[in-house]
Write a protein that binds this ligand. Sequence first.
Ligand code: FAD
Length: 230
Amino acid sequence: MAKVTTAIVIGGGIAGPATALALRKAGIEARVYEAYAASADGLGGMLMVAPNGLNALGVIGLDEAVAAVGQPIARMVMADSRGKQLMELPGLPGLPPSRLMWRSDLYRVVRQAALAQDIRLEHGKRLIAAHDQPDGITAVFEDGTTATADILIGADGIHSTVRKLIDPGAPEPRPDGLLGVAGESDMELPVRSDAMYFAFGKRAFLGYWVQPNGRPAWFANLPSQAFHVD
Ligand SMILES: Cc1cc2nc3c(=O)[nH]c(=O)nc-3n(C[C@H](O)[C@H](O)[C@H](O)COP(=O)(O)OP(=O)(O)OC[C@H]3O[C@@H](n4cnc5c(N)ncnc54)[C@H](O)[C@@H]3O)c2cc1C
């Protein structure tokens, strides 16, 4: 193929629109195809974007917008199940703090940036097959439609169809025997607002912190029969 000018990006989560924005900077026009019919606004839990992630977002001009929706976390405090502090891990010297945010806020920032640059995001397009030809690649969607471009990029998450199409023998993700749950609380917690706390038990751990609105948030990874692995 002489020169790549067009791309199909499969998956309209975080990585898909971010990839399309990066491709735009390289002069490649990408269309993003997402399986779900509706956007994922308001869905998902919390995640932390580390300094290297913010750096990567800086390449597409989104580091400041993403940092703005995140709570700076400068240290992590580890304790045992009785509350005895085991260690405190500060951030890395010379680097900005990690930012803790709702996945939905990160999703919104990246998606809105892509839409603002007129990148096409098509919903209800679940990739089921791809046909490689000498002059490009054609994606086949569950609704019977197709799209053709110079290249196809998989940004379709942990159960990636693209990965299976490229390598049907690729290892599948495996359950690790833990079930993650998370929530918010109305408790008053006398802890620092720039730290994330962990309490480790024998078979599970709890993570918690106080959000800028004063409400504690938490998550726990619990052993689960439903996800038991021998
Ligand atoms: C509980 C939890 C905590 C986490 N904490 C952190 C953290 O602190 N820091 C961190 O960096 N990461 C964290 N992660 C991981 C992070 O959330 C993921 O790495 C990130 O969301 C992956 O983004 P993505 O765009 O690659 O995939 P996704 O967000 O999964 O998006 C993939 C998209 O592709 C679509 N899709 C799938 N199949 C097809 C198909 N066949 N055709 C078309 N579209 C398709 C899906 O509908 C989806 O919209 C956490 C994850 C979990 C579950």
